[in-house]
Structure formats: structure tokens, C-alpha cells
Design a protein around this ligand. Structure first.
Ligand SMILES: [Zn+2]
Length: 469
């Protein structure tokens, strides 16, 4: 007995956009898909050999060139375990558009693990390999040819002013031309007017119950001034495909909603605002992202130029500072941190440190002064009726009080220095232990730690200081 698997590919072209969103079960219940699979099983029945038993029908939806094929993988697993002996397909070229999927199936047959049976070519045999391969590559070539033809056609249409992609709020696509929808267009006009008056994008978003990004996209969309922007991508069989062309702008074949002056004034406002925004990247490439400051006071952020990483000033439109090679700066910073840590000033731990000596002196002074104050209080009782002596004692007492007060203030200040230095020392200690480990093993973690612990401030183009937070 031979166990036979039927494999069917359902092309993206067979389903509408709505149907693409359905679950596998729902897709299978669509009558056109049922029919497709029924046809294949009928063809199987008509061609079956006496010892064939149907193991299962496997099917996947292929969207464009994607190879997420649940059932194909399931089927391959069963083949490997010897649970399937024959794979029945309509055409090898129909198994997948991608040769990387269909060729392994042929190779499995070649290795005799399974019999491959195609309706068009019959049973796979080594002597017919060329024909099978031809089917695979023909299908692949056809896909690319169709795609290229589609690209040329769509780009030439775009050149004539036809909109390639969807239309923004305010338009509706009717007979392939964006038509202004008055009610929505009024909303768009109002949004531009608000932006022109200086209203923040956030407030505009709140007012119209939209997301910030949506508002920004609307305010920057050249469709509203009748310009057709195209060229970077085309949409082919539900997939976005890079064209490797430049972005091209031509007059569109539709009506504007916003006039040029309003549109470009709003662009200026948006640009001015985003210019102030400091970009902090969370990329592990940039260990020091968010902790390095230019001598102009602005943060540096990480950027990649010709495959090298740099830190550049976020104030780059004004500041003339040099950009810094990321790997060089990072090594310097790490080394400086470690130097700093190994050169720890042990003053705070040292009982003979100047700060501690001064502190002890002040504490003793205050004890002495308190004693003097007590003595004066006793004297005060004795000289009850002598006004001259009373004045003298009161004067002395206020002198002592002032001394105690100023000593107490200095004590507080010194204790604060000691405790904050202690805290800094503790932080440095912990930092040193983890830096080496994370520098090699976990840069994102190290980055987070550095953000908590240090600031790197440049004093000029080359010199920087590290500050422990
Ligand atoms: Zn700067």
C-alpha cells in the first residue's frame, strides 16, 4: 500500500483582499476553493493506481513570493517520517512560484523517498528531470516577467497622472481617478487651517479623533495639491515591491483640495517643529545613544554612513561639531570609566581624610560649645540682680548660639558630601563589575545601564568628561 498526499497551491490571485483576511477554515469553505480541491481529488481518483490510499489533501495560500506554507511543511515532515509515499500534484510549477520550495520536492523524489506524480508530466523519473526543472523555472521566470511588465505599465500610467496607491481622506477612487468628497475634504481643509494657525498636531489629532501619525501623514500628503508621487514601490499581487527607481513627482489627474501656499507653509511649520525633536535610537549599535552631549549642549545620536557608525549632534543644522566614529568613542568612554573606577579616591573610606577630620572637629566643637552654654546658664542664675553681668552673659550666649548654628550647617554640608560620595562610590563599584561583562555579552543591557549611570559631555571636538549621575 502507498499513502498519497495531494498538494494544492491556492494563488493570491484567486482570492479578493477581503478573502485574504479570512482564516484557513473559512477560506476552505469558499465554494471556488472547494471546487478547486474537488477537481484535484477527482483527477487523483481518475489517475490512481490500485495500491494508492489517499492520506490527506494539503493546501496553502501563497501570497506573492512568500513561503509561509503551513501545510507544505506538515507534508514534508510526514514524508521524512515515511508516512507519505506519493505526492500528487497538478503541475510542479503550481506547487510554488519559488524554486526554493518546489526544487526540494523534486530532490526528495530523486532520493527515492517519495514518488512524485504530476498530472501534466506523470510520474517523476530521473530521465525526465530536465522537463520538471523546466516547469519550475518557467513558472519562476513567468512570475518575474509578469512583475516587470506590470512595473513598466504602472509606472507609465503614473507618469500620465494616474494614482497608483490608495487615496487619502477627502478623495474616493472612482473609475481609477480620485474624486473629491466635499464633506471629508472640508475636514482636511480645517486641519490645514489649524496647523497654519500654529495648532499642535497633537491637538489637531485630538480634535478629529485621529492618531498623531495619521494627522502628520495627511498634512504632508502631496495628493492634496494634485501632485502624483510615485516611483519607489509598486504593489504587485498584494505585495510591496521596490522598483529601485527615484521618487518622481508629476501633476496628478485629479483636483486639489489644498492650495500650494497653504500646503508649503504647513510643511515649514512641521519641519521647524520636528527639527527640535531629539532622536534617540534604541539600536544596540549605538551604545552611547542618549548619554553623549555635544559641546553645544545638544545630545548626540547614532547614525550609519557608508556602513560605519557615527555619533552626530542633533543640533546639526546649526552646530559645526565633528561627528565621532562610534566604535572609537565607545572604547574611549569605556576605558575612561574603567580608569576612573580604578583610580577611585578612597577619601570617603579613610578615617584620616580631611573631610572626616574637619567633621569630627566640628562635632567636638559643638559639644564644647553646648557645655559652655550650660555653664553660662548656671552663671545666669547666680548674677540675678546684676544688670551689667546679665547683658554680658546674654551677649556671650548669643555668640555661642551663632557658633553652634554655623558649625551645624557645616556639619550637615560635610555629611552630605560624604554620603553622596559614598553613593557615587557604590554606583561606580557596581558599574565596574558589570561593564566588562556586558560590553561583550549584552550591549543593549549595557546601554540601559550607561543611561542610568553616566553622562558624557564634550568640551570641544575631541575632549570629553564623564559625569556620574
Ligand atoms: Zn553640537
Amino acid at each position: 500500500m502507498k499513502y498519497v498526499a495531494i498538494y494544492a497551491r491556492i494563488s493570491r490571485d484567486d482570492l479578493s483582499d477581503e478573502e485574504m483576511k479570512l482564516s484557513r477554515e473559512k477560506v476552505l469553505s469558499l465554494s471556488k476553493i472547494k471546487d478547486r480541491i474537488k477537481t484535484l481529488t477527482t483527477e487523483f481518483e481518475e489517475n490512481r493506481e490500485p495500491d494508492w490510499i489517499l492520506e490527506n489533501v494539503y493546501w496553502d495560500i501563497e501570497s506573492g513570493y512568500s513561503s509561509e506554507r503551513e501545510d507544505l511543511i506538515k507534508m514534508f515532515n510526514k514524508v521524512e517520517r515515511g508516512l507519505i509515499n506519493v505526492v500528487f500534484i497538478k503541475e510542479i510549477g503550481r506547487v510554488a512560484r519559488d524554486p526554493l520550495i518546489s526544487i526540494p520536492l523534486i530532490n526528495l523524489a530523486e532520493a527515492q523517498k517519495i514518488e512524485l506524480y504530476s498530472l501534466r508530466l506523470g510520474k517523476y523519473e530521473t530521465k525526465t528531470r530536465q522537463m520538471w526543472m523546466f516547469d519550475v523555472f518557467y513558472n519562476d521566470a513567468e512570475y518575474h516577467m509578469t512583475k516587470d511588465r506590470y512595473k513598466i505599465e504602472t509606472l507609465s500610467k503614473a507618469k500620465q497622472g494616474f494614482k497608483l496607491t490608495g487615496v487619502p481622506l477627502g478623495y474616493k477612487m472612482i473609475d481609477k481617478i480620485p474624486i473629491v468628497q466635499e464633506k471629508e475634504a472640508d475636514i482636511v481643509k480645517e486641519m490645514f487651517q489649524l496647523a497654519l494657525k500654529g495648532e499642535s498636531l497633537n491637538n489637531i489629532a485630538k480634535k478629529h479623533n485621529m492618531g498623531y501619525t495619521t494627522v502628520k501623514q495627511i498634512l504632508m500628503n502631496k495628493t492634496y495639491i494634485g501632485i502624483n508621487v510615485y516611483g519607489k514601490y509598486i504593489y504587485f499581487q498584494g505585495k510591496r515591491i521596490k522598483t529601485n527607481d527615484d521618487i518622481i513627482e508629476v501633476p496628478g489627474n485629479w483636483e486639489s483640495i489644498i492650495d500650494h501656499d497653504t500646503f508649503y507653509s504647513v510643511q515649514e511649520i512641521i519641519e521647524k517643529r520636528s527639527f527640535k525633536k531629539i532622536r534617540i535610537t534604541d539600536n544596540e549599535k549605538y551604545l552611547l545613544g542618549g548619554v553623549v552631549f555635544c559641546y553645544c549642549g545638544w545630545k548626540l545620536y547614532g547614525t550609519t554612513l557608508r556602513n560605519n557608525q557615527y555619533y552626530v549632534c542633533s543640533n546639526k543644522k546649526i552646530c559645526r561639531c565633528k561627528m565621532k566614529r562610534a566604535d572609537v568613542l565607545e572604547k574611549e568612554v569605556i576605558k575612561k570609566i574603567e580608569d576612573e573606577i580604578s583610580n577611585l579616591d578612597h577619601d570617603v573610606y579613610d578615617p584620616n581624610s580631611k573631610i572626616r577630620i574637619r567633621l569630627n572637629q566640628l562635632l567636638n566643637d559643638n559639644i564644647k560649645l553646648e557645655n559652655d552654654k550650660n555653664d553660662l546658664a548656671h552663671k545666669f542664675i547666680k548674677v540675678k540682680n546684676n544688670d551689667f553681668m546679665i547683658d554680658k552673659i546674654l551677649e556671650e550666649q548669643s555668640k555661642i548660639d551663632n557658633s553652634i548654628l554655623s558649625n551645624t550647617e557645616e556639619i550637615k554640608r560635610l555629611q552630605y558630601i560624604l554620603s553622596s560620595e559614598q553613593a557615587t562610590e557604590n554606583k561606580k563599584d557596581i558599574l565596574k563589575k558589570v561593564i566588562d561583562f556586558y560590553y561583550e555579552k549584552d550591549r543593549i543591557k549595557l546601554k540601559k545601564l550607561l543611561q542610568l549611570a553616566i553622562e558624557v559631555r564634550f568640551e570641544n571636538n575631541y575632549r570629553f568628561e564623564i559625569y556620574f549621575l
